[in-house]
Design a protein around this ligand. Structure first.
Ligand code: ALG
Ligand code: ZN
Ligand code: ZN
Length: 320
């Protein structure tokens, strides 16, 4: 195997110079083969409140310029273990939701032919539905670990079945998710009715709430979520609003009382022994961000996800 092409060396070319790819990695067109692709979906036509997540991918890329090649928390150099690339943005129709989700699914399936694992930067949470459709086509029903302030298992808004509040309802109905092994983490805040929780439970999800984390601590929360997901192929969907608005103000539907970025990073790192087949980080809306707080958090979360995948690829390669 030829050595992976890593990021631009920040000791030779200042990290604030040049056009931003994720972590200053090569673009997919610049490599012969790729293992992991980071791809953007600049789309926010599914939001119920503040718009702006369509600008999320470029904002996260800008903040990701400061990432470095060695991840001490996982003791892994992700860009040396695997060829990680930036696959650019998926161009989707902002005026037609049905067509947009088809655009995302088609592009994700095409990209899966070039890179075995994909981390997507949203975009609003609507995109988890077509991304799960693409993952399902390859792996069958996957365990889903869903970090979010919200359940996102609501039925419809204004009669519309495809919105950022409904992706996991639709994905459950379509059989894309292994509902014996799926879990929301970090949910909190007001709901429409108690029925929302009953519906969610009936679909098959279990929940580790933000209040649980406060009461019992991060380690107990990690234990719960790991027991729930087992060791099946895992899809991780991270709505940045799982973080407290103090850590991630730049998002469309903020809720008080969320996780710290330190807690979220630790939870993600705890999955180093699992088979993460795909992931997304969504709902970064730069217009409400300050000092890149949200984008810095999101770029580090993407980095940890890439590290999980790269370490696994490295281990598989070493084992032959
Ligand atoms: N997926 C996110 N971020 N939010 C869903 C909120 C749906 C609502 O407005 O009730
Ligand atoms: Zn949310
Ligand atoms: Zn969400």
């Amino acid at each position: 195997m030829t050595e992976p092409i890593g990021p631009i060396d920040a000791s030779r070319v200042p990290r604030y110079a040049g056009i931003a790819t994720f972590a200053r990695l090569p673009r997919i067109e610049e490599v012969e083969r790729a293992d992991i692709a980071v791809v953007g979906v600049p789309f926010d036509s599914g939001v119920s409140f503040r718009p702006g997540a369509r600008f999320g991918p470029s904002h996260v890329r800008e903040a990701s310029r400061l990432l470095r090649p060695y991840n001490p928390a996982q003791d892994v150099s992700p860009f040396a273990e695997a060829q990680v690339v930036d696959a650019g943005d998926i161009a989707v129709n902002p005026f037609d939701l049905q067509e947009a989700v088809q655009d995302v699914e088609r592009a994700a399936r095409d990209l899966s032919g070039r890179a075995q694992r994909i981390v997507t930067i949203g975009g609003d949470h609507t995109i988890a539905l077509p991304l799960l459709r693409a993952v399902h086509a390859l792996h069958g029903p996957v365990a889903v670990l869903h970090f979010d302030a919200h359940l996102d298992t609501w039925d419809t808004y204004f009669g519309a079945p495809i919105t950022h509040g409904t992706p996991f309802r639709r994905a459950s109905e379509e059989g894309l998710i292994d509902l014996t092994a799926s879990c929301h983490v970090g949910t909190r805040g007001p709901l429409y009715a108690k029925q929302d929780l009953e519906d969610d439970e009936r679909l098959g999800f279990s929940i580790v709430t933000s209040e649980f984390v406060e009461e019992h601590g991060v380690e107990a929360a990690i234990e719960r979520m790991r027991a729930r997901i087992g060791d099946r192929p895992l899809y991780i969907s991270i709505d940045i609003d799982v973080l407290d608005p103090a850590h991630a103000p730049g998002t469309g539907t903020p809720e008080a009382g969320g996780l710290t970025s330190r807690e979220l990073l630790r939870m993600v790192r705890s999955l180093a022994d699992r088979d993460v087949v795909g992931a997304d980080v969504v709902e970064v809306a730069p217009a409400y961000d300050h000092a890149q707080l949200t984008a810095v958090a999101a770029s580090h979360v993407v980095y940890e996800l890439v590290t999980l995948m790269a370490a696994r690829i490295g281990r598989e390669r070493a084992a032959g």
